[in-house]
Every structure is written in structure tokens, then in C-alpha cells.
Design a binder for this molecule. Structure first.
Ligand SMILES: NC(=O)C1=CN([C@@H]2O[C@H](COP(=O)(O)OP(=O)(O)OC[C@H]3O[C@@H](n4cnc5c(N)ncnc54)[C@H](OP(=O)(O)O)[C@@H]3O)[C@@H](O)[C@H]2O)C=CC1
Ligand SMILES: O=C(CO)COP(=O)(O)O
Length: 328
């Protein structure tokens, strides 16, 4: 299969960074944005100053407001926008092509993973999931980054990983799409919790305990969904959980800090908070856990705090007074 050209759909921080990574890999790239004026501004400045300031885009990238036919399509819009985006695209341009899903979230209402949305909307597309510890600013600046790229066919996934790999961007091929998608969505929920630990000044010990118990909870969720807990030992699991749950640079962590300091979801959003996917995913993950019969006290705790149903002190007291049990 020809893997020379790439269309990245979504002109935010991540779409811009993935366009840069694909250009570094030697691909010809179209960065598809919503507004013609935005495309013109990016092409003129050779930079997407609104979404990813201070990064000069490589010459192989052209921004456009039209979806161009390409060998590889990468979707990089927020998880809740993926269905709307796909409903507006010409499905014939996606049929038989690798479509790389890079959003980290579960869909409100349907509880769907990103690749389930793609299967609903364009069943003829070839689904791949890209996830792992990778801040857009790091990827775009050419700092060393490694991610997981999961697809159904091992040879085709390796070929796609090779087509997207560059000197500073290293995709590892994998086959567990479910595990990778659930890990990517849930780490944002746990990052909210870890940010709240910092915002409420509960200490580094509490944060480390939270990360370890989040990993165990994530493993229960992945297994119940039909994925492999082994996937969580990799970049999309441990890697991204570590990054997002310990970095003030993470938008989910920042949102959690504001919650931990006593802010309400509404007030934090009104203050202009950046996209924090865990906010939409927390109630979806809680509903998913209930439907699967999985015990998920941390997801439930984040869901309750985000919904304004409980304060941090009550949540912490509740978690610390759960019946003692064996660790494994
Ligand atoms: N930023 C990061 O470091 C990383 C982000 N991700 C994931 O990537 C996804 C996107 O995040 P990110 O780019 O950072 O978010 P941003 O908020 O920076 O950008 C989101 C972009 O999506 C566009 N968009 C929203 N809805 C639509 C739509 N219906 N059709 C077309 N475009 C649309 C917006 O367009 P407009 O500007 O016109 O509103 C905006 O450019 C998230 O799921 C995130 O978790 C994954 C790894 C790293
Ligand atoms: O997914 C990310 C890094 O891997 C980005 O995290 P935030 O969306 O929390 O900034």
C-alpha cells in the first residue's frame, strides 16, 4: 500500500504536532483546518500560532480548509467531535485507507471508543489508534517521543509505523486497539484526580498511591472490555499515565488542580480552561464501568467531583475508609 501522503484533520495543538511529525518522517502533509482564513494564516506564517505557538512548520506541510485525498488520514479533533467530523467527510476518500485515530476519550451518550465511532460512520476505513506519552509541543519541537500505534494487521501496522516514524518520533506497532483506546481515555480521568491531589495539597505520596491504584483499575476496565492488561505495561498505559498524572503541562492535570483548589467545573470552563478530555470522559467511563460490573472507585470519585456532587475532602475520606483488602 502506498503510504506517501498524509491528511491530518484538526488544526489544534495535536493535529499541528502530528502534521509536523509526519513531515519530519518525509511525508507530504495537508493540515486540514475548519476555516479558510486559518489555513491562509498558517501558510503565511509557517506556524499555527493560535494552537501551537512558536513552532515553525516544515515546508512539506500545507494547511487547507478542504479535505484532500491522501494515503493516510489522521483524525485529531476532540473525542466528542469525531462523529460530527466524520459525518461531514466524503466517506469514499476514507474507504480502504488507514485512518489513524488520535483523540483520547469516550463518546458521551454512546460510550463508544474512537474506533467504534469510525466503524459506525465509515466501516470501509482501516482503523488505527495512536496513543502514548506525547505532548504536542514536544512532538512538534522534535523532542524525543515514543507512542503506540495499534492496528488489526501486524504487517500493515508496522508499515504505517515506519511511514510515520522520524528521528524524534518513534511509533511502536501493537495489535490491542481496545487496550490502547481505553488506556488513552482513562489516563485523562486519572490525570484530573492527580491534579486535584496537587490542587488540594494532599502530597506526593497520595499522588503516587493514586497512580498505582489507577493502573490496577485501568487493568480491570481493559480486561472487561476484551483488551489485554499487558498493553498497559507499554507507552499507551504506563507511559501516558506517568506523563499526564505528573505534569503540570497536562491540560487535564491543570483542570484537576483547579478542581482540587475548590473550583467548580462550570467556573473552570468559564475561566477559559483548555480542552481537558477527562471532563467529558469521566461520566462516560463511570457508566461504562457500571455496565461492565467493574469496580472503579477512582473513576466514580472523579465523576462525582466533576459533576459537583462531592467535595474533595468527602471523596478522600470515602476512598480511605473503603474496606481493607489484599492488593492483588
Ligand atoms: N495536545 C496534546 O498534547 C495531545 C492531544 N491529544 C488528543 O488530541 C485531541 C485533540 O486535542 P488538541 O488538538 O490538543 O485540542 P485543541 O483544543 O488544541 O484543538 C482541537 C481542534 O479541533 C478542532 N475541531 C473541533 N471540532 C471540530 C470539528 N467538528 N471539525 C473539525 N475540527 C474540529 C478545533 O477547531 P477550531 O480551532 O476551528 O475550533 C481545534 O483546532 C484530544 O483528544 C487530545 O486528548 C493526544 C495527544 C497529545
Ligand atoms: O495526551 C497527552 C499527552 O500524552 C496530553 O495530555 P493533556 O490533554 O492532559 O494535555
Amino acid at each position: 500500500m502506498r503510504l506517501e501522503t498524509v491528511s491530518v484533520i484538526g488544526g489544534g495543538a495535536w493535529g499541528t504536532a502530528l502534521a509536523q511529525a509526519a513531515a519530519m518522517a518525509g511525508r507530504g502533509v495537508t493540515l486540514v483546518v475548519r476555516q479558510a482564513g486559518t489555513a491562509e494564516a498558517i501558510n503565511a506564517a509557517r506556524s499555527n500560532e493560535t494552537a501551537l505557538p512558536g513552532q515553525t512548520l516544515l515546508p512539506a506541510i500545507t494547511a487547507s480548509s478542504d479535505f484532500a485525498e491522501a494515503d493516510i488520514v489522521i483524525l485529531a479533533v476532540p473525542a466528542q467531535a469525531t462523529r460530527t467530523l466524520l459525518s461531514g467527510l466524503d466517506a469514499t476518500l476514507l474507504a480502504g485507507r488507514p485512518v489513524v485515530l488520535s483523540a483520547k476519550g469516550l463518546e458521551t451518550g454512546t460510550l463508544a471508543r474512537q474506533s467504534e465511532i469510525l466503524a459506525d460512520m465509515v466501516p470501509e476505513a482501516l482503523p488505527y489508534v495512536l496513543s502514548g506519552p506525547s505532548f504536542a509541543a514536544d512532538v512538534a519541537a522534535g523532542r524525543p517521543t515514543a507512542v503506540t500505534l495499534a492496528g488489526d494487521d501486524a504487517d500493515a501496522t508496522s508499515a504505517l509505523a515506519t511511514a510515520l516514524a522520524g528521528p524524534s518520533f518513534r511509533p511502536y506497532a501493537a495489535d490491542d486497539r481496545i487496550g490502547v483506546e481505553i488506556a488513552g481515555a482513562l489516563k485523562n480521568v486519572y490525570a484530573l484526580a492527580c491534579g486535584a491531589v496537587e490542587g488540594a495539597d494532599l502530597g506526593a505520596s497520595a499522588r503516587a498511591a493514586l497512580i498505582a491504584r489507577a493502573y490496577a483499575e485501568m487493568a480491570r476496565m481493559v480486561t472487561a472490555m476484551g483488551g489485554s492488561a499487558h498493553t498497559l505495561t507499554g507507552l499507551a498505559g504506563l507511559g501516558d499515565l506517568t506523563l499526564t498524572c505528573t505534569s503540570v503541562q497536562s491540560r487535564n492535570y491543570q483542570f484537576g488542580m483547579a478542581l482540587g483548589a475548590g473550583g467548580s467545573r462550570q467556573d473552570i470552563l468559564a475561566s477559559g480552561a483548555k480542552l481537558a478530555e477527562g471532563v467529558a470522559t469521566a461520566p462516560v467511563a463511570a457508566a461504562l464501568a457500571r455496565s461492565l460490573g467493574v469496580e472503579a472507585p477512582l473513576i466514580d470519585a472523579v465523576d462525582a467531583v466533576v459533576a459537583g456532587q462531592a467535595d474533595i475532602a468527602t471523596i478522600v475520606a470515602g476512598l480511605m475508609s473503603r474496606p481493607l483488602k489484599r492488593e492483588h
